[in-house]
Design a binder for this molecule. Structure first.
Ligand SMILES: Cc1cc2nc3c(=O)[nH]c(=O)nc-3n(C[C@H](O)[C@H](O)[C@H](O)COP(=O)(O)OP(=O)(O)OC[C@H]3O[C@@H](n4cnc5c(N)ncnc54)[C@H](O)[C@@H]3O)c2cc1C
Length: 391
């Protein structure tokens, strides 16, 4: 049974209509296939198409490229509902396309690049990935070493990326490269077509969780890409990456909200049905109270996440801190809820036919991907320190 939800001061009827439509999509296209896709380690290419046709790959983007020009709250609702199909990896793969790989293209690229890459990706005809992380540069994005040397009208790219979601099957990568000096000012973003000679997919990485999303290593050996594939201006890549982290972090916070809701529903159902010592588990105060704590954590996370979404949509300078707080809190809250619901299920929580162990594994990466919890604390504390410096 669906959980009772506090009335939201943030959501409109349109957001709720989107929730209902994504919910129906998940029941039809994701839940029946979740176990198979988790085992296969990837979603079928057709799912990108079907999601594109449903309008879920471009909710925030301009209508002239096929998007529906909605706000970040719509992204939240989309993410919350997509993860409820018991395959977090499917939702991650779709958002790696629609949010992670496309946001900088949508906001910073010229119309020609948008026509060639953004519009077909929004339709689900092309698959995109975001290529920032490298073996020697994760949290420290400014340390990336993949080099793009200018040669006539081309960039010649050599280097390596790792942990790239959708990477093994991407048609293009929104790629962070070093075009200039060491440090943040020497970084640019280019659209990298994966049929470029010299490009190779390395290992597909076997992950703890989100297993239906494929994640891999990418290698670049003297790959020639026209300079016209540059997104925005040369040397401003770091700025673009940082500003678009907001959408990625928000997506993860919203995934956490959806997962908590699903897990608490599963926990309530199980606690109602399972008897021990002549009582349902709900007869024990400890479980009633722990479920109450979980429901409170869920609403606290939702409130913080929606507030961050509103600030990001409004372009408010407080958006960065709010989204860092939302992601920091969401990752920790969903990991605690997953552990509690696992415990509530007793031995059954250990059995793979139940979705509980899968969710438990999936949420472990929420304090890592799109910026670790330590980095979220760094961002938040920087804002706190600013108030000290100005007083
Ligand atoms: C499943 C998955 C999918 C991913 N998908 C993508 C993708 O599509 N594209 C992409 O570009 N990247 C992707 N990533 C990479 C992800 O963004 C990085 O893993 C993340 O940013 C952390 O970098 P790292 O793994 O190199 O860890 P490191 O940066 O080496 O960090 C190791 C530890 O040190 C801590 N640490 C680092 N710096 C500090 C500091 N200043 N203060 C305190 N502690 C610190 C970290 O918090 C962490 O606990 C993915 C990762 C995973 C696991």
């Amino acid at each position: 049974m669906p959980l009772p939800r506090l009335p939201s001061i943030y959501l409109s009827d349109e957001h709720e209509a989107l929730r209902a439509s994504v919910g129906a999509f998940v029941e039809r296209h994701i839940r029946p296939n979740a176990a198979d896709w988790e085992a296969a380690g990837e979603i079928p290419l057709k799912l990108y198409r079907v999601a594109g046709e449903a309008g879920y790959l471009g909710v925030r983007y301009e209508e002239r490229w096929g998007g529906s020009a909605q706000d970040f709250l719509s992204t939240c609702v989309l993410c919350e509902e997509l993860v409820k199909g018991d395959s977090v990896g499917s939702a991650v793969a779709l958002l790696a396309q629609s949010e992670f790989s496309l946001s900088a293209l949508a906001d910073e690229a010229n119309d020609e690049l948008k026509q060639t890459w953004l519009a077909p990706a929004i339709r689900g005809e092309l698959i995109g990935a975001i290529g920032v992380s490298e073996p020697g540069a994760g949290s420290d994005v400014a340390a990336i070493a993949t080099r793009a040397r200018r040669d006539g009208g081309d960039y010649v790219i050599s280097g390596q990326k790792t942990y790239i979601t959708n990477g093994p099957r991407a048609d293009f990568v929104t790629l962070a490269v070093r075009t200039g000096e060491a440090g943040p000012r020497g970084i640019s973003l280019v659209v990298f077509p994966t049929d470029t000679p010299g490009f190779q997919v390395g290992r597909r990485l076997d992950k703890l969780g989100s297993r239906a999303s494929d994640t891999g290593e990418l290698f670049f050996d003297e790959c020639r890409v026209p300079v016209s594939n540059l997104i925005g201006e040369e040397g401003r890549g770091m700025r673009y990456i940082l500003s678009h982290f907001g959408g990625e972090r928000l997506a993860i916070a919203a995934f956490a909200v959806g997962i908590m809701e699903r897990l608490i529903e599963l926990g309530l159902d199980y606690a109602h049905e399972r008897t021990a010592f002549g009582s349902s588990l709900l007869g024990f105060q400890t479980w009633r109270h722990r479920l109450a704590d979980m429901a409170t954590q869920l609403e606290a996370t939702r409130g913080l996440t929606y507030q961050a979404a509103r600030l990001l949509s409004d372009g408010d300078p407080g958006g960065d801190m709010a989204v860092s707080m939302a992601k920091l809190h969401a990752a920790s809250a969903v990991q605690k809820v997953a552990a509690e619901v696992l415990q509530l299920h007793g031995g059954y929580g250990q059995i793979e036919e139940s979705p509980i162990p899968r969710y438990y594994r999936d949420v472990a990466g929420f304090s890592i991907g799109a910026g670790t919890s330590e980095i979220m604390r760094e961002i938040i504390s920087r804002s706190l320190l600013k108030t000290k410096e100005t007083s």
